[in-house]
Design a protein around this ligand. Structure first.
Ligand SMILES: [Fe+2]
Ligand SMILES: [Fe+2]
Length: 212
């Protein structure tokens, strides 16, 4: 038997003004979406998940470029990769701070991303410079979609500084994407297949890091 919540009148009508202590869940479909207030547990949870997954993503990105660098030192890609790696390190440092300041639990999957990121970077680089750049295109496409989605979800949530940070990083990820294309990513053998597989893997990593 379900617990009788809120006051129901003698005809069984629920009082719509009843205080529920939180946004109504599963209510009338046409009811306006309740606005989350700063400090609201739902909103804090949402922001914590965002920081957790972005921290994981930037951690993985650093490892991908470390893997690429291990293989492509001395090639014409080296300075290009070094520049992108430097930006990823700055992104990661920012999320390290956010994780600490906001007491967000980092994903339990960091050890996995440590290995998988490096393996992905080194593995594609071993297939050739262009394959390494195809990997960057794929990852950055997934990250662009992901940051764009977060930026949209943070609208009006009282997190302007965080939203700005996401937007700034998103722009840099887009630069990485364009740089990788300029470096001939599309000429990598099996480009579409490779890109598709890495993009699906990146989306899976995002999905997992939001939850685990
Ligand atoms: Fe990044
Ligand atoms: Fe990037």
């Amino acid at each position: 038997m379900t617990r009788q919540t809120d006051k129901t009148d003698k005809r069984g009508k629920t009082d719509k003004r009843a205080k529920t202590g939180g946004p109504a869940q599963g209510g009338a479909a046409d009811a306006p979406k309740p606005k989350r207030m700063p400090g609201d547990p739902d909103r804090r949870g949402m922001v914590a998940r965002m920081i957790r997954v972005d921290h994981a993503g930037e951690y993985g990105a650093v490892r991908i470029y470390e893997g690429q660098m291990a293989v492509l030192k001395g090639t014409e890609s080296e300075p290009v990769i070094a520049h992108m790696a430097e930006q990823e390190e700055r992104h990661l440092a920012t999320f390290d701070e956010l994780v600490a300041d906001r007491r967000v639990r980092p994903t339990a999957l960091l050890p996995l991303w440590h290995l998988a990121g490096f393996a992905l970077g080194a593995g594609t680089a071993l297939m050739g410079e262009k394959a390494a750049h195809a990997c960057t295109v794929a990852v950055e496409e997934a990250i662009d979609e992901h940051y764009a989605d977060q930026i949209a979800r943070l609208e009006g949530e009282g997190e302007e500084a965080l939203r700005q940070t996401f937007e700034e990083f998103r722009q840099e990820e887009l630069e990485h994407h364009d740089t990788a294309l300029e470096m001939g990513a599309e000429e990598a053998p099996g480009y579409e297949l490779l890109k598709g597989a890495i993009k699906r893997g990146s989306r899976l990593a995002i999905w997992l890091s939001e939850r685990v």
